[in-house]
Design a protein around this ligand. Structure first.
Ligand SMILES: Cc1cc2nc3c(=O)[nH]c(=O)nc-3n(C[C@H](O)[C@H](O)[C@H](O)COP(=O)(O)OP(=O)(O)OC[C@H]3O[C@@H](n4cnc5c(N)ncnc54)[C@H](O)[C@@H]3O)c2cc1C
Length: 417
């Protein structure tokens, strides 16, 4: 039996950006469909155990919240399940992020989607896009019963890797000016560790000792995302460059990184204070990709500009996270935005230049490599997702859009622009 789903707005990807896009499009009155290939929503928060929401706040001791709306609602619901959503700045980096147990992200996203009018599908993989002269007509998807189509007037690519744009045959960017991307990492959960924050210098010291003792440690710095006052956390250190997204490359990547995890476990058990009885609980499931394809938008954000915290009239979201670059095995480079400051994200950064009805959200929006080091974080992803959803819902297949109308609806939905 043929299965054809028709809607106003179709969203690909159920991470922070895609869930926000779908909920926002639906709130704006569009019949909305959300497609996700994993068996749960959350994107890298749940599928790669990236267990801290960055980008909700500015830097500084007395920081300000820069993302509200749907992202703000996710935080409030996480708080109901015991998450501390008013954290102190990290002793390691000075940044402010909300650490969580990913099981509650799954629960909160299920709740919010079930309460909405969004039609959502897990276990659904997009494998083909019909693009007629820049007008996207259809996504073809597959599940264990066969194939089905999703036809829409407007589309949002929130797939992280710009898969919708790429499969539509539209050119994308990859990495920096030399085509180099940041490292990707396979986070793993560790239990039976001290309840306090474990700071970067003590991790680096332990890894140095492990390396000297002959344990093959590759990346010598990084973080353990701690759920404060609990005896577990998530280590994001095992890393490598992912040069392409084909199955062969990703198979090698997963096996390489899974192998690395056991070296870090041994290093922590032997050399990290209080971790003698540390237990490895789970890895991944999937490698977390920091940087892959990005769209070419009508506008582009540049890292050198955003660190001066510019504000623009066509802003649809606020970015508060200082660009963070993971390119080396020995340091993580931050380029700081001043304390209590944020930059505007213009609507044009979400609009795919070579398509008429295609918007983008999350880590694939139109930026250079340095600005990506900021906007890719999930707090900002909720904000660009909400904006892309509203833009798609209010524009549908019209070739022109009204920035003011989109901004008004975002404010109406409680977003900070
Ligand atoms: C190791 C690591 C540590 C990080 N640390 C932090 C941190 O501490 N805090 C923070 O905020 N951010 C952090 N980030 C960045 C952040 O995790 C990502 O940039 C963010 O998850 C991007 O959100 P997104 O919604 O754009 O995409 P994703 O979270 O990648 O979600 C995209 C979704 O699209 C789905 N999808 C893709 N293609 C298809 C298809 N063809 N069919 C169906 N579904 C599809 C995927 O399954 C996925 O669920 C980190 C990233 C990494 C890798």
């Amino acid at each position: 039996m043929e299965r054809n789903i028709k809607c106003d707005v179709a969203v690909l990807g159920g991470g922070a950006a895609g869930v926000a896009a779908a909920l926002a499009a639906s709130k704006a009155g569009a019949k909305t469909v959300l497609i996700e290939r994993n068996p749960y929503f959350g994107g890298q928060a749940t599928n790669s155990q990236v267990t801290a929401y960055c980008g909700f706040f500015t830097r500084g001791e007395n920081y300000d919240q820069v993302v509200e709306g749907i992202g703000g609602e996710v935080l409030k619901r996480l708080e109901k399940y015991g998450t501390n959503i008013h954290p102190k700045p990290s002793k390691s980096t000075g940044n402010v992020s909300v650490s969580f147990n990913p099981e509650y992200v799954k629960l909160v996203m299920d709740e919010m989607l079930k309460e909405s009018d969004v039609e959502y599908y897990l276990h659904a993989q997009m494998y083909e896009v019909v693009n007629e002269n820049g007008m996207i007509k259809q996504m073809k998807c597959t599940d264990d019963e066969g194939t089905f189509t999703v036809e829409a007037k407007a589309f949002v690519d929130a797939s992280g890797n710009a898969n919708l744009v790429h499969f539509a045959g539209i050119k994308t960017n990859w990495g920096d000016a030399e085509g180099k991307v940041q490292q990707s990492s396979l986070p793993f959960r560790i239990d039976n560790i001290p309840a306090r924050e474990i700071i970067k210098p003590e991790i680096e010291e332990a890894l140095k000792k492990a390396k000297e003792a002959g344990i093959p440690i590759q990346k010598e710095t990084g973080l353990i995302i701690k759920i404060l006052d609990k005896d577990y956390g998530y280590c994001t250190i095992p890393s490598t460059i992912v040069p392409a997204l084909d199955a062969k490359t990703l198979t090698e990547t997963e096996m390489n990184l899974r192998g690395q995890i056991h070296n870090y476990v041994e290093a922590f058990q032997k050399y990290l204070d209080g971790c003698e009885n540390l237990v490895l609980s789970s890895s991944g499931p999937c490698v977390g990709i920091r940087e892959a394809r990005r769209i070419i938008g009508e506008k582009t954000l540049y890292g050198e500009e955003i660190i001066t915290a510019p504000k623009t009239d066509d802003s649809i979201a606020r970015g508060g996270w200082s660009p963070e670059m993971h390119k080396s095995n020995t340091n993580i480079k931050y380029t700081h935005i001043p304390d209590n400051e944020y930059f505007s994200i213009p609507l044009g950064c979400l609009k795919v230049k070579d398509a008429k009805n295609l918007w983008a959200a999350g880590r694939l929006i139109s930026t250079d490599s340095l600005a990506l080091g900021s906007v890719r974080v999930m707090g900002t992803g909720f904000a660009t997702g909400q904006a892309a959803g509203v833009a798609a819902a209010l524009t549908l297949d019209n070739e022109t859009y009204d920035v003011k109308k989109i901004q008004d609806e975002l404010v109406n939905q409680g977003a900070l622009i």
